[in-house]
Design a protein around this ligand. Structure first.
Ligand SMILES: [Zn+2]
Length: 57
């Protein structure tokens, strides 16, 4: 895994399998632990409530 915080694209949707949390339950981008979840394309989409980073989980 060779990505850093600077590379996170908030317009993109990441996959948890490819980009697991560096710290479980925390946003990789801003380190917040509050998310909102919704279903998109039949998958759970987790969106950080602070920075808006999106990830399929
Ligand atoms: Zn965040």
């Amino acid at each position: 895994m060779n990505y850093s915080n600077e590379n996170i694209d908030l317009a993109a949707i990441y996959n948890y399998t490819e980009y697991p949390d560096k710290q479980a339950g925390r946003c990789d981008n801003c380190d917040h632990s509050h998310f909102q979840s919704k279903v998109k394309d039949g998958k759970f989409l987790r969106e950080c409530r602070n920075c808006g980073m999106k990830e399929f989980i």
